[in-house]
Design a protein around this ligand. Structure first.
Ligand SMILES: NC(=O)c1ccc[n+]([C@@H]2O[C@H](COP(=O)([O-])OP(=O)(O)OC[C@H]3O[C@@H](n4cnc5c(N)ncnc54)[C@H](O)[C@@H]3O)[C@@H](O)[C@H]2O)c1
Length: 260
């Protein structure tokens, strides 16, 4: 109940999925949380569901001024900042490299990479003022490997690993820990988009087919990813920095689907 007692956290991409589940876990363990998303209606619903220890801030994480504004808002509302979960992300469109438009490429990079870098940069002075803190970036199993027709997603999820490592080195002596979390197949709206696009009219069949590729034969629930976020946010992870934490039900342990 008190693994994050007296801590203040920011969670971007908080309107649903992994972000909302993480905000919920942080609050259950005593934190106050600023939830950030560009989807105003869904964000308001998610924050209301969590209750008084959470509040919302509508922002586009790819925009420098909006990132500085949400960071400042957390400090003003709650008196400081200890934990930042940079989780907002977009999959982009399903398209081959040849057909990917520059505009669509730029958007994925702006959200997944620049957005995470801006959030990390803005948080540093505030975490330093508290004598340390934890920054967590949501990468993906596509931070290690690829899935066809999603090249900017793969590139950005690899790139945040490099960003995390650089930050971990630069901030170690400030007691600011920086890590990435790499979820596997997780039951959220983002996968819903993939199911609808990969199999129009039969999204459940697409989900079942993806689930079969996983050794556990199922998707993760967002809370199962949030539990890793909580660990890294908490003081239990006091010597954990500069590393990648995979939560994928053994998916990347295998080079091919495991036989039934
Ligand atoms: N679902 C999966 O299987 C899976 C697997 C690996 C990694 N991830 C990563 O987990 C993170 C969370 O995704 P999710 O699965 O919970 O999906 P989701 O679609 O429920 O959550 C993503 C959230 O990010 C928000 N967002 C997108 N662009 C934004 C922007 N520019 N500014 C502010 N908010 C923005 C969306 O509105 C949404 O609420 C993402 O970074 C995603 O890449 C998901």
């Amino acid at each position: 109940m008190s693994r994050l007692k007296d801590k203040v956290a920011i969670v971007t991409g908080g309107a649903g999925g992994i972000g909302a589940a993480s905000a919920q876990r942080f609050v259950e363990e005593g934190a106050r949380v600023l939830m950030v998303d560009r989807d105003e209606a869904a964000l308001a619903r998610a924050a209301a569901q969590i209750g008084a220890a959470a509040s919302s801030f509508v922002a586009d994480v790819s925009d420098e001024r909006q990132v500085d504004a949400y960071t400042q808002a957390a400090v003003e509302r709650y008196g400081g900042l200890d934990v930042v979960l940079l989780n907002a992300g977009t999959f982009g469109v399903l398209s081959s490299i040849e057909d990917y438009s520059v505009q669509a490429w730029d958007r994925v990079v702006a959200v997944n990479l620049r957005g995470a870098w801006l959030g990390l940069r803005a948080a540093i002075p505030h975490l330093r003022r508290r004598g340390g803190g934890s920054i967590i970036v949501t990468s993906s199993i596509q931070g290690f490997s690829a899935f066809p027709n999603s090249s900017p997603y793969t590139c950005t999820k690899h790139a945040v690993v490099g960003m995390m490592r650089n930050a971990a080195l630069e901030l170690a002596r400030d007691n600011i820990r920086v890590n990435t979390v790499h979820p596997g197949l997780t039951d959220t709206d983002m996968m819903g988009y993939l199911h609808r696009t990969a199999a129009p009219g039969a999204p459940q069949a697409a989900m079942d087919a993806f689930a079969k590729t996983a050794p556990m034969r199922r998707y993760a629930q967002p809370r199962e990813i949030a539990n890793m976020m909580l660990f890294l946010a908490s003081d239990e992870a006091s010597y954990c920095s500069g590393a990648c934490y995979v939560v994928d039900g053994a998916l990347t342990a295998s080079w091919a689907p495991t036989p039934d």
